[in-house]
Design a protein around this ligand. Structure first.
Ligand SMILES: *Cc1c(COP(=O)(O)O)cnc(C)c1O
Length: 355
């Protein structure tokens, strides 16, 4: 395995007030980087002081958007910290890399890079309830020429950010608007890859929604604008008449690790979970006739986030009296309990590090 060269920062930053973190505003003292070229493979793995990355003006990422990323978290425990299913994130990053013709990562080496960096930045892992150290690995194509082709050079970086709750609402229900003009992804496109381009395509609808006071957009499929796909940075689940329904992974939906974990937990609890097509008509029909019992989003950043309002074509459908539902709460407690090391990790999901 490659060695990781370490260059320590000469001065360390003042840590922020851990009770006022918000999301993604503060960054730790160091970052991990390595470079790739077709002849050398991945080389020069290093941890260096957090700072600007010089980039060639013709770099592929600046023109053609060759960029993928991951989002994961480290949680402080009694004797160190733990990451939640990090193997899944690295595997997904490789799936994203394959889709965008970027080089893939060695899973064990990437986990070692994560562990080395996070252990160095241990003091940055906040310990207040609801806080964690958000981990953002990302990779971009970095050829210094304007030709359009699969990249021959790339850079991989990991940065860390202590975070509080993703939404200003905390665990209170969010208000979501169903978007019927813009689409985020289409089948055959890059929807299942965690890539910057999907977000670029989503910003206009996101802005329109934010201007009207919504937290996020619920996307419909790109072809018929008929089936529910997902919310901005979360997958969605619904409890309809006792059944748990979540959109199936058709290629345009991001295969969330929180989604997968929730499905596994819910099935263990004896619920029927169906990954299937859910049309907007079915969903709003269920909201109107009272069979839509609960709705929530799942994602690393927001964990499990109750949905209190679904607005479509200016009609507001209130879900679960705009309160967090019992099952949503139970799922949130179970998942965060495992992630924070407060509940037993019976499924081998946590990667524990003693510090
Ligand atoms: C990251 C992401 C999710 C959630 O995935 P997790 O692995 O649960 O964090 C859902 N949708 C989109 C578009 C995402 O980028």
């Amino acid at each position: 395995m490659q060695e990781i060269r370490i260059e320590k920062a000469k001065t360390l930053k003042q840590k922020p007030d851990f009770s006022k973190l918000g999301f993604g505003k503060y960054f730790t003292d160091h970052m991990f980087m390595m470079d790739y070229s077709d002849d050398k493979g991945w080389y020069d793995a290093r941890i260096v002081p957090f700072g600007y990355i010089p980039i060639h003006p013709a770099s592929t990422v600046l023109h053609y958007g060759a960029e993928i990323f991951e989002g994961m978290k480290a949680y402080k425990t009694a004797d160190g910290y733990q990451m939640f299913r990090p193997w899944e994130n690295v595997k997904r990053m490789n799936d994203s890399a394959e889709r965008l013709c970027l080089p893939t990562l060695d899973i064990d080496f990437t986990i070692k890079a994560l562990e080395t960096l996070i252990t160095m930045e241990y003091e940055w892992i906040p310990d207040l309830p609801g806080t964690s150290l958000y981990i953002r690995p990302f990779m971009f194509g970095n050829d210094e020429s304007l030709g359009v082709h699969a990249v021959h050079n790339a850079t991989f970086v990991i940065i860390l950010s202590p975070v509080g709750s993703y939404y200003a609402e905390g665990l209170n229900p969010v208000k979501i608007t169903i978007e019927n003009e813009d689409v985020r992804a289409v089948r055959g496109g890059t929807g299942y890859a965690k890539c910057g381009g999907n977000y670029a395509a989503s910003l206009r609808a996101g802005k329109k929604a934010a201007d009207k006071g919504f937290s996020q957009v619920l996307w419909l499929d790109g072809v018929e604008r008929k089936y529910i796909e997902e919310v901005g940075a979360m997958n969605v689940m619904f409890k309809i008449n006792g059944e748990i329904a979540t959109p199936k992974l058709t290629g345009s939906v991001l295969p969330g690790i929180t989604r997968k974990s929730c499905i596994e937990i819910l099935r263990e609890w004896g619920y029927t979970v169906n990954e299937r097509l859910i049309s907007v008509d079915e969903l709003l029909g269920a909201a109107e006739n009272g069979t839509l019992e609960e709705a929530w989003g799942t994602g690393t950043a927001a964990v499990v986030s109750p949905i209190g309002h679904l607005v479509y074509e200016d009609i507001d459908h209130v879900v679960s009296e705009n309160k967090i539902g019992d099952l949503t709460q139970r799922l949130y407690d179970e998942l965060t309990g495992i992630q924070w090391g407060l509940r037993p990790d019976t499924r081998g999901w946590c990667y524990k590090v003693k510090v």
